[in-house]
Design a protein around this ligand. Structure first.
Ligand code: TRP
Length: 362
């Protein structure tokens, strides 16, 4: 069976380092591994509208930002098909049919949706489209017959929901859909990179993100202001690693060669951690090291982004061509689905012949 990747992001803002370590970096590695037959990367504008219905311009303006971030990270249009969700009308049609296979109570149990409903104050009145987005996400994944979906941990319930829809569909209508596997980051820190304030999630509204396109001075300011151990007051005090954002970021970003370059007194992160917990190592020194590490990682991304920013017409062309290609694939799946569901009337000669026969004698 072909190995196919599908994943994507809602275009509601620029992408940040949480997106990067949680998914983007991995996508580029998977792309360059050459192990996959097809890679689809979707800018999920229709899904973004499910909770931004009254703010279409936000979604519209951020499509190019997300596309630039993708290209800046190294997604390569000659290897990966980058496209816009709403350009593929087949996805809405698939969603409509899958809706028959899911109950309201099942949707209500989705923990990510539950959490988002709370965060958006939707408790009193949930938009139907928003409530339904896990089903639409199942359409995104199955339309491309994806076998692997690399995403962050918060997307796990969507993939579970997708698998249930696939099993239900295949058992009711016959095998037409492919069962996808989730691919999570293998590094614990990358799974849930906190904001610079130590809060659980990076979010634009909390103002606690480091963006991929951020300028060096801004990155430094943010790193130097990061949340650490509030009880680590004097340098000689023993420090705590748990909940210490600077060390979580080092877990996500640092490699042994960074120590050689920027902090040769320590062989690796374990030695640095040991010194910190024993006492005698100040936060500023650790933060300066982290700043060097993040600067090194983000510099080539920022520079590549600036190159693509000079040719926005090219980026739109990438999205247009990608969307055209993606639509062909989704159309084939929709046709398979409709045949399985027995709602393909005009190309079923047997059906028409049988009905002719049925009414011949009148
Ligand atoms: N829900 C994802 C997010 O919040 C975006 C998304 C939409 C997606 N459809 C998808 C991710 C299909 C993976 C597969 O960013």
């Amino acid at each position: 069976m072909a190995k196919i990747i599908l994943t994507g992001d809602r275009p509601t803002g620029r992408l940040h380092v949480g997106h990067y370590v949680g998914s983007l970096k991995r996508r580029v590695e998977l792309q360059n591994s050459g192990e996959f037959d097809k890679i689809y990367i979707m800018i999920a504008d229709a899904q973004a509208l499910t909770d931004n219905a009254d703010n279409p311009d936000k979604v519209r303006e951020n499509i190019i930002e997300v596309a630039l971030d993708y290209l800046a990270c190294g997604l390569d249009p000659s290897k990966s098909t980058i496209f816009i969700q709403s350009m593929i009308p087949e996805l809405t049609e698939l969603t409509f049919y899958y809706m028959n296979l899911v109950t309201v109570s099942r949707l209500q149990r989705n923990p990510t949706v539950k959490n988002e409903i709370k965060m958006r104050n939707f408790e009193a009145s949930i938009p139907v489209g928003f409530f339904n987005y896990p089903i639409s996400q199942a359409a995104d994944i199955t339309a491309f017959k994806a076998t692997v979906v690399p995403v962050g941990e918060d997307q796990m319930p969507m993939i579970e929901q997708t698998k249930e829809i696939v099993h239900k569909f295949n058992s009711v209508y016959g095998e037409a859909l492919v069962d996808p596997q989730i691919l999570l980051p293998d590094n614990e820190a990358c799974l849930r990179l906190p904001g610079i304030d130590g809060k659980a999630k990076m979010s634009k509204s909390l103002g606690n993100c480091i963006y991929l396109a951020e300028e060096p001075e801004e990155i430094k300011k943010k790193v130097m202001s990061m949340y650490t151990d509030p009880d680590h007051i004097k340098i000689t005090d023993p420090g705590k690693l748990e909940g210490n954002t600077v060390f979580t970021y080092l877990d996500a970003f640092s490699k042994p060669e960074h120590f050689e370059r920027y902090l040769p007194e320590y062989a690796n992160l374990d030695e640095l951690k040991a010194h910190y917990t024993k006492g005698g190592l100040g936060d500023v020194k650790v933060k300066k090291f982290l700043n060097n590490v993040i600067q090194e990682e983000l510099e080539p991304i920022r520079n590549r982004r600036k190159e693509y920013q000079k040719d926005i017409a090219y980026v739109y062309d990438v999205l247009k061509k990608g969307s055209e290609e993606a639509e062909k694939v989704a159309a084939q799946t929709l046709s398979d689905v409709k045949a399985a569901m027995r709602i393909n009337y005009f190309d079923d000669e047997e059906l028409i012949a049988r009905h002719i026969e049925k009414y011949k004698e009148q």
